[in-house]
Design a protein. Structure first.
Length: 524
């Protein structure tokens, strides 16, 4: 991106009919029309994108290189000079065109996008530094004390109102804009995973911590370190625009997205319970996830169900034990469990209308017996269920319960179904109207060709608890290095999980543009 400042100095007695433009720009340009309205100077250039600032400088964009804008009345040395005299008639025409046919609105949009993009470029090195620091010091769910302190300190330095210890370790920041308007929430999750890092990065984690009673290695193996750093950057960008902000931004730094430790509450569900969407009441919420399998610079999204709702499952089958050589004396819970597992395969294939939505029923663990010649007393099974609507969830849950209980009963055994067992996330549904309305913001952040509609995923996200209460939009940004094959890159939650930090800029622009554009569209 190429950003250049042009210095405009009045040449005649009236600045309204004559202008001298000094430029550091190596490309030819001409001022075709200009207009001074209130404090703003609007100009139409023959090349590049129009942006405008005050009477002394404008920003000119093209696509080659970047120079940060300089605002000064002094004529810089070694510059080419162009003179453009504008007649009263040209000015009149410009006023007419600008005020009647809408270019002013276009100019304003281009302006906020450019301001955001310039600020994003400026804050990007800091975002990378924060991310590396957080990556080197990962913390498990509900234990994100250091991360939370880092976030709180940064928000306070931006004069954002901060509340800490929300839902255990969460941090909430409130940025009140200079003008009234809606409350827009932005969410980043902060927790890491019990994974041993094997990336070999200079800032790789060496951290160990207690996980469910055992010492475990800890790694940011899902990219939540990126989310925290990006949202800290967005806070800096939007605080820089505070005066012109038409509403309030609520920054939600959430603990324990991957689940709270055993016996503890946490995550988005607890944040909602503690009232994070109230005072001030949130109108909409936006969030993102970096994706190690999506090329940097790209965004993927989906209106409606984007991630599945999840309910985990525990089934206990109680039979009657006997000697393995005399099975007629037993009610064999292993045989019953095998029948149950097979019958559960029909829930998705025979009960769910798969032309509407997909669904998954998986039994991932089974335990029963300890010797080949003993028929055991009971079997325990663990599983997971994924669906994409509340109706589908009810249907699938009901069928699992009925099939399991009745199959056991037919064999003279008893089956106890715990569904959901411990984890229960609703489907992560993007509000369709909001998604459609905000699509242009995503497109201008990443380029239209880089914003891609994708099928739903059977993974899950506790962002769903926010999006259940207020309209939400959640999307992916790319973290896969350009040219690298997504099939051979390490997946999330694995020791070699890797994120290309050049993808952060897309996140900085997207979240900031969403806020500004939503506020512009929903004035109060
Ligand atoms: Zn994850
Ligand atoms: Zn994640």
């Amino acid at each position: 991106m190429f950003i250049e400042t042009l210095h405009i100095v009045p040449a005649g007695p009236s600045r309204k009919n004559s202008t001298v433009v000094y430029s550091t720009c190596k490309y030819p340009f001409h001022v075709r029309s200009y207009l001074i309205m209130e404090q703003a100077l609007w100009m139409t250039l023959s090349k590049g994108t129009l942006c405008a600032y005050d009477r002394n400088s404008i920003i000119f964009r093209s696509n080659d290189r970047a120079i940060l804008p300089v605002t000064t009345n002094e004529r810089p040395k070694n510059l080419t000079m162009r003179t453009c005299k504008l007649s009263h008639i040209t000015l009149f025409l410009a006023v007419f065109l600008i005020t009647t046919s809408g270019p002013l609105a276009l100019a304003q949009k281009a302006d906020s996008k450019t301001t955001i993009s310039t600020a994003a470029n400026k804050v990007e090195p800091k975002v990378i530094t924060w991310r590396r620091d957080i990556h080197e010091h990962p913390e498990l769910g509900n234990r994100e004390l250091r991360t939370a302190a880092l976030v709180a300190k940064h928000l306070q330095s931006l004069r954002i109102e901060v509340t800490t210890n929300v839902a255990v370790t969460g941090v909430v920041g409130i940025l009140k804009g200079g003008q009234p308007g809606p409350v827009v929430a932005l969410r980043a999750d902060m927790d890491a995973l019990p994974v041993l890092e094997k990336t070999g990065l200079p800032f790789a984690s060496k951290v160990k911590a207690e996980y469910n009673g055992q010492e475990s290695n800890v790694m940011h193996a899902c990219g939540h370190d990126s989310h925290v750093a990006i949202l800290m950057g967005v806070a800096e960008i939007l605080s820089g625009m505070k005066k012109d902000l038409k509403g309030t931004v609520k920054f939600i730094f959430q603990p324990a997205e991957e689940g709270a430790p055993k016996g503890e509450d946490g995550g988005a569900e607890l944040m909602v319970k503690e009232g994070v969407l109230e005072n001030p009441k949130v109108d909409v919420i936006f969030g993102l996830h970096i994706n190690a399998q999506l090329e940097v610079g790209k965004i993927t999204y989906r209106p409606g169900g984007m991630f599945a709702g999840v309910g985990d499952l525990k089934i206990t089958v109680k039979g009657r034990p006997s000697h393995g050589a005399e099975p007629w004396s037993s009610v064999d819970p292993i045989v019953v469990s095998a029948q149950i597992i097979n019958s559960l395969q029909t829930v998705v294939s025979r009960n769910l209308n798969i032309t509407n939505n997909a669904g998954v029923v998986t039994i991932g663990a089974i335990h029963g017996g300890n010797r080949g010649n003993i028929i055991s007393e009971q079997v325990e099974m663990l599983g997971t269920v994924r669906t994409f609507s509340n109706e589908d969830e009810k249907l699938v849950f009901d069928r699992i319960r009925l099939i399991t209980e009745k199959t056991a009963e037919a064999a003279g055994a008893v089956a106890i179904v715990e569904l959901p067992y411990s984890t229960h996330y609703p489907v992560t549904a993007n509000d369709v109207a909001l998604t459609n309305a905000m699509l242009p913001s995503l497109q201008k952040s990443a380029g239209k060709e880089n914003v891609i509609l994708v099928p739903a995923e059977t993974g899950s996200e506790d962002f769903s608890f926010f999006a259940q209460k207020v309209p939400g939009l959640y999307f992916y940004i790319g973290g896969l290095p350009k040219g690298k094959d997504s099939k051979t890159s390490a997946s999330h939650h694995t020791p070699e999980f890797f994120i290309d930090e050049s993808g952060f800029r897309t996140g900085l622009n997207a979240l900031s543009n969403l806020v500004i554009d939503y506020m512009a569209m929903n004035k109060k």
